[in-house]
Design a protein. Structure first.
Length: 272
């Protein structure tokens, strides 16, 4: 697809399909080893796109490049018409990209509510000195944030667990809490890194419904990494496949399921 640049090469003119994320020839090497090599992908507003591949294929590295944890050796990341390559993770979050991690990163000793409140710092309008001096505006802002945090817990089915320690929640609920914390940053693009990892079949089915619901209710675009093919094939409209840092296929779930190269590299018997 032809890309048209303006403003000294810093703005990407999107077409009528409302491109929200465009990864252009991303490449990164660690110690001479290419972890991601010439990876390109376009995601449109409202999409639910999956990224699959064997362990070590480079999937999480792609997420780290999008969210600012890594800076590519070569290539560019565009978000909503703006180049964000090399921006810090906090600036990328403020622009509207949130993510979860393969290994849950909650504050175990904090309550569910406190875990969500932590994420609101990117959206608060008062300085860190305001609460110290009890400024009226800061008190009003704090009440608003607390109410919104409760609403997010309700939205993910954790309203009754607001005061429970995060570490005491069952695994599936911890996953939901991590997503609630991501939603607190008001994202337009949500990156989910193996959200079904460690879940039993019932939790996985509930997760699939949950992901589809939050996409609709919060008007999100979702990009997810997942090894559970029932999740990927059940909810994603488009799937990209990586192997050894290279994108080897992209298409609908049906196309991916029947792609000989994908079957050989990854799906195997699962595709049958």
């Amino acid at each position: 697809m032809f890309l048209e640049y303006c403003g000294g090469g810093k703005e990407l003119m999107v077409d009528n399909h409302e491109r929200i994320l465009h990864l252009e020839n991303l490449t990164i090497a660690f110690g001479g080893l290419l972890a991601v090599n010439d990876f390109s992908l376009t995601i449109y507003r409202g999409d639910l796109v999956g990224l699959i591949g064997p362990n070590g294929a480079g999937k999480t590295t792609v997420f780290n490049l999008v969210s600012g944890q890594y800076i590519p050796t070569r290539g560019k990341v565009w978000f909503d018409g703006r180049e964000i390559t090399g921006l810090s993770p906090d600036r990328i979050t403020a622009l509207g990209i949130a993510r979860t991690f393969q290994n849950i990163r909650l504050f175990g000793d904090l309550s569910a509510l406190e875990n969500v409140l932590v994420s609101f710092h990117v959206r608060t309008s008062y300085s860190f000195l305001s609460p110290m001096f009890c400024f009226p505006r800061s008190r009003k802002e704090e009440r608003r944030i607390r109410e919104e945090a409760y609403s997010l817990l309700e939205a993910v089915g954790l309203g009754n667990f607001a005061r429970e320690k995060a570490s005491s929640l069952p695994y599936g609920q911890q996953r939901r809490l991590e997503i609630a914390r991501a939603l607190a940053t008001h994202p337009r693009l949500l990156l989910l890194d193996e959200p079904a990892a460690g879940m039993n079949p019932q939790e996985t089915r509930e997760l699939m419904e949950f992901i589809q619901r939050i996409r609709r209710d919060f008007e999100l675009t979702i990009f997810l990494i997942e090894h559970d093919m029932k999740v990927v094939m059940g909810i994603c409209e488009r799937v990209a496949v990586m192997d050894f840092g290279i994108k080897i296929a992209e298409g609908t779930p049906s196309e991916i399921r029947n792609n000989p190269r994908v079957i050989e590299a990854y799906l195997g018997a699962e595709a049958q």
